[in-house]
Ligand binder design. Sequence first.
Ligand code: ADE
Ligand code: ZN
Length: 319
Amino acid sequence: MPVPKAELHLHIEGTLEPELAFALAERNGVPLPCADTAALREAYRFSDLQSFLDLYYGLMAVLRTADDFTELADAYLARAAEQGVRHAEIFFDPQAHIARGVPMGVVVEGLGAALDRAEERHGVSTRLIMCFLRDEPAASAMATLEAAKPYLGRITGVGLDSAEVGHPPVTFREVYEEAARLGLRRVAHAGEEGPPEYVREALDVLGVERVDHGLRCLEDPSLVERLVRERVPLTLCPLSNVRLRAVDVLEAHPLRTMLDAGLVATVNSDDPAYFGGYAGDNFDAVRAALGLGPEELRTLARNSFLASFLEDDEGRRER
Ligand code: ADE
Ligand code: ZN
């Protein structure tokens, strides 16, 4: 039995497996740049974050209807549940869909239909986190927040993703202030490829409660000290870090160093269809590569529930 865990860093668009991509492409009459699923998998060789994002945004073209989003999320929840995920906080990228003519309502209602039955079907509780694309202007993020207002009953929080370097958190100060006014929880990707200062800014300017990735905090000992003291969770994604070349090999991943330093580290899959594994696969991979013992695995699982946006009474049964 895989250890029960929460997944806190998961882009639903990054769960689009080649088989589903081809099925949706045919159903929706959308051409794909590859002849078959094997050729598509061959294209999954990335040199950095941008090389991945180019393919990731391109492949989203197959997602057109609410049913497509429902199918996508349902497939993820089934696989996550098999790997011990009991709670999932799911990112989505509305701007990438709105730009292709797929409205916010189609995306949120489609995902919501799968999430509504996730407890019953898969034994997984869920939250939705709407991410802003940091390589788009702040005004576009603000318009997206405005477009989300009719759907806030379904959205727990906001996040910040896409190409990091050159797109500091401070750009999104007003957007996050508005999100806070609306009662939304706040997270942001920082320190994946970007410098430790972006992690500080995410905390100080955006008021985030968790940092997604946060890998490069290790370059700044005083920042590490602060993250430990304030118990700010980091949502690490080890297989993603190897595929996007943030670390050379899994054996060199700093997860153990981070746990030893007292950081509230969690293990997640990011974009599992592209990076070679779901949440449980990430746990298995770091266990083998770093020689983690049962106590460290328990800490990672406990951290995942502690760092989640489950209310105390909801989370208790999981912990
Ligand atoms: N969007 C999907 N996956 C991402 C990642 N790892 N970093 C930034 N943006 C993303
Ligand atoms: Zn991510």
